[in-house]
Design a protein around this ligand. Structure first.
Ligand SMILES: CC(C)(COP(=O)(O)OP(=O)(O)OC[C@H]1O[C@@H](n2cnc3c(N)ncnc32)[C@H](O)[C@@H]1OP(=O)(O)O)[C@@H](O)C(=O)NCCC(=O)NCCS
Length: 142
């Protein structure tokens, strides 16, 4: 993902999250040298992933597939790609936070081998106050 992708990224981000990232957050991630990938299907942006790697740990910060392309394996593909990049970069463990109110995301991560390792109370904004985050982890060592 490059800065030139961000107009399209923001359309998908705003359409698929109740509490979307701002364009500035994506710009900061690009500037900071995070691992960002845009998934295009014959030129059309269908989704993206953002990951931070450091100190032998990978942190998946955002993974999104646009609704019209859902349930076709694109998230599974993008997640596998990110985990492969993390492993090649020397990460031993991948972490992410997920909302309990989005069971499809939790199911995606469980099926990819992530386990629940903790809870961050009141981590997210929500329409009814705050929402906890489920912390999930997957070992990347063979
Ligand atoms: C969650 C999300 C990334 C799934 O993307 P997707 O491309 O539809 O997912 P895939 O087709 O690759 O499905 C992979 C697995 O995810 C789970 N899954 C995806 N959609 C699901 C649904 N509607 N209901 C239940 N499980 C679902 C299933 O385990 C599925 O495996 P299966 O098809 O073998 O049952 C997508 O819905 C999305 O971007 N949502 C909005 C943003 C978001 O919440 N991102 C997660 C941030 S933590």
């Amino acid at each position: 993902m490059q800065t030139s992708d961000l107009v399209e990224v923001m359309v998908i981000e705003n359409a698929n999250y109740d509490f979307p990232w701002t364009q500035g957050i994506f710009k900061d991630c690009i500037k900071a040298g995070y691992t960002l990938r845009a998934l295009r299907l014959e030129g059309t942006l269908v989704g993206y992933g953002v990951m931070q790697i450091g100190a032998n740990e990978a942190h998946i910060l955002n993974l999104c597939i646009d609704k019209p392309y859902s349930r076709q394996g694109y998230a599974r593909f993008l997640l596998a790609l990110l985990l492969d990049l993390a492993q090649r970069a020397g990460a031993h463990t991948a972490f992410l936070e997920a909302r309990p109110s989005v069971p499809r995301a939790i199911s995606l991560y469980q099926r990819a081998g992530f386990n629940e390792v903790g809870l961050r109370p009141d981590y997210y904004d929500s329409h009814n106050g705050r929402e906890d985050a489920i912390v999930m982890a997957k070992s990347l060592t063979p």
